[in-house]
Design a protein around this ligand. Structure first.
Ligand SMILES: [Zn+2]
Length: 613
């Protein structure tokens, strides 16, 4: 059994968030509030504050904002100014205190006005305090500054105001937590993204126990934060002082989502790694009562080993999946038709000897369309289905040659590839931790090809490739042209068979019709399956929707209407334009990262331009 205990941390502000000096928040063993989570507190504070200002004097009595710290926490600007003026008048006579001195005072727990205002995102008060010249990096007894507190509830505007006001983002508290540690502990992905992109803050610094923000995000089960940190280049194999990687901590707490994000993000080696007590993540999960996750991790480890063995013997034929079967079926059908119908029809004296123009035309149409269909099948198999460029680090990891090519093609650094409207809008689900990129809408990571594919439709084992923006038109053409071959060959053989049976009235039915009958039966089976697929694909193309989107639309916010949450397709531009988009992928609109109609940044700070100036 592992002797792991939970990571403990007690940022003191967590115990008394409602009012300065008042302890009302339940905390769990880790010090993180439980039922009254930070976000709930935020709401209750806002609503109380709103009541206060709406109802004026009545609510003031209820809330009783009688100290400068409470005024900061509740965002009571006028009350704050009034209190400061009162105290300045009182204290000036004896101590010659200025407003700044008053505002620099700490409450009975040692917290500053700036911390209380920053915690509750009272931006106007934060600005006022900074203008008055308060110490922006003043630390409380735990060593935390206002910047740490602003990260707790994701008060992004306060973070930005503090940093512009000269706050030092490198300050760590007594446990070694930076602002990014605190943001990771509370699942505030937007804070981490903002300080990394705009202020270039290191998001992979260890605390006093060697734990990075990624350790914390995984321990707390914040999958989005973990994904963001991974894609920013956090070390997924980093060990803390207990030799635990982030995967060990995710396993200890039973967080499946975070564990999977780590494994997809390259932490597979951690499956084998043992902590100070000699346990792997799988063993730890089982020890801590997360049996399902423990078994999943063990299975993942087993499959990984077998994948590694197979990859060494992975041949060209394996990569083609079932494509050779389709080739075999089409060619066999052509041969069968030739031997049983076409050749006999040319022989004088046989039951098919009544050579007629119809059979010849049918045969020609069949051969030509089957051949063209095979060309499009080949093109579907070998074409790039719309692979999105992976992060150069992933490419170099997978293949030195590919990495070289990627660098030559100039696929950018992590920072530039992360500067995406999707992330500024808080759409963390567009992060692919495997490719380490932000993918546009409609793209998906294909599990079989292990790459992100633009406008992903589905992976088709019969063509041995994924179908996406780059080869969907080839796939559609293959289906419809082969369908024509199936119909033409079927009609040809049925007509021939009919003549043969008529002829047999004179000569008796011979064994030679067994072949054509077998052909017709098999042709019917093929017709039903290919026609169903061809019609479904054509219908989807005309509506500009993919198979993946139709099956999983409820997972994609851009496919759900805001009003009722039912299916809506923002990419439908009319049948003609939709077909043009698929048939001429090079002319299709550029992939978009956010919808025009939904450019509502979840950060609480206008557009990226506002953030980036
Ligand atoms: Zn991907």
């Amino acid at each position: 059994m592992s002797n792991h205990t939970d990571i403990s941390y007690h940022p003191s502000h967590l115990n008394k968030s409602i009012l300065p000096g008042q302890s009302t928040v339940e905390v769990d063993e880790t010090g993180v509030s439980t039922e009254n989570g930070p976000s709930n507190l935020s709401k209750s504070l806002s609503s109380m504050s709103g009541k206060h200002s709406r109802r004026g004097a009545v609510s003031k009595e209820i809330v009783d904002v009688d100290t400068i710290w409470k005024a900061c926490a509740y965002g009571e600007f006028e009350v704050l100014v009034e209190l400061v003026e009162q105290q300045t008048r009182q204290e000036k006579t004896k101590l010659n205190h200025t407003a700044r001195d008053i505002l620099d005072h700490k409450d009975d727990q040692g917290h500053t006005c700036l911390q209380w205002a920053a915690l509750n995102n009272r931006v106007n008060i934060v600005s006022y305090l900074l203008e008055e010249g308060v110490a922006v990096d003043a630390q409380d007894p735990t060593g935390q500054t206002a910047l740490h507190w602003a990260a707790v509830r994701g008060s992004l505007e306060s973070v930005e105001t503090l940093l512009r006001g000269g706050a030092n983002p490198a300050i760590e508290d007594s446990k070694g937590y930076s602002v990014c540690h605190v943001a990771a502990q509370y699942g505030q992905a937007s804070i981490i993204y903002h300080v990394y992109m705009k202020w270039g803050i290191n998001t992979d610094m260890p605390d006093n126990d060697g734990r990075t923000p990624l350790h914390w995000a995984c321990y707390k089960g914040f999958r989005d934060v973990a994904k963001l940190l991974i894609v920013m280049g956090a070390d997924v194999m980093k060990m803390d002082t207990e030799d635990c990687t982030p995967l060990h901590w995710a396993a200890i707490k039973g967080h499946t989502d975070a564990s999977m994000a780590l494994l997809q993000g390259g932490a597979e080696d951690a499956l084998e790694s043992t902590d100070a007590s000699g346990c792997t993540p799988s063993q730890l999960a089982i020890d801590k009562g997360h049996r399902g996750l423990g078994l999943n991790l063990a299975e993942y480890r087993y499959h990984r080993e077998s994948r590694q063995r197979n990859s060494q013997s992975c041949s060209f034929l394996t990569r083609l999946h079932l494509a050779p079967v389709i080739w075999g079926i089409i060619i066999s059908m052509l041969v069968l038709m030739t031997i049983t119908v076409i050749l006999p029809s040319r022989q004088d004296g046989s039951m098919f000897s009544t050579s007629f123009v119809g059979v010849s035309i049918g045969a020609c149409v069949t051969y030509i369309s089957a051949f063209i269909g095979l060309v499009f099948l080949y093109k579907t198999t070998v074409a790039d289905p719309g692979f999105l460029p992976q992060n150069h680090l992933v490419q170099m990891r997978e293949s030195n040659m590919m990495g070289k090519r990627c660098l030559e093609e100039g696929f950018g650094s992590t920072e530039s590839s992360l500067d995406s409207p999707a992330l500024w809008a808080g759409n963390w689900n567009q992060i692919c931790v495997t490719c380490r990129i932000v993918r546009p809408l409609r793209a998906k990571h294909c599990a079989t090809t292990d790459r992100c594919i633009e406008c992903f439709d589905h992976f088709c084992p019969w063509v041995g490739n994924a179908v996406g923006k780059g080869n969907r038109h080839y796939f559609l053409l293959f289906l419809w042209i082969e369908l024509l071959a199936i119909v033409a060959s079927g009609v040809t053989v049925v007509v021939s068979l009919h003549r043969a049976i008529k002829a047999s009235n004179k000569a008796g039915i011979g064994l030679s019709i067994i072949g054509p009958i077998f052909f017709v039966v098999f042709d019917m089976v093929l017709f039903i399956s290919v026609a169903a697929l061809a019609i479904a694909q054509a219908s989807q193309v005309s509506r500009n929707v993919t198979t993946n989107e139709l099956s999983n639309w409820h997972r994609y916010a851009y496919l759900r209407s805001e009003a009722h949450g039912d299916f809506t397709n923002p990419f439908d531009r009319g049948v003609q334009e939709n077909c043009k988009e698929v048939c001429f992928p090079s002319l299709a609109p550029k992939p978009c990262y956010v919808l025009e109609s939904s450019k509502k940044p979840s950060h609480g700070l206008g557009e990226k331009d506002t953030l980036m100036e």
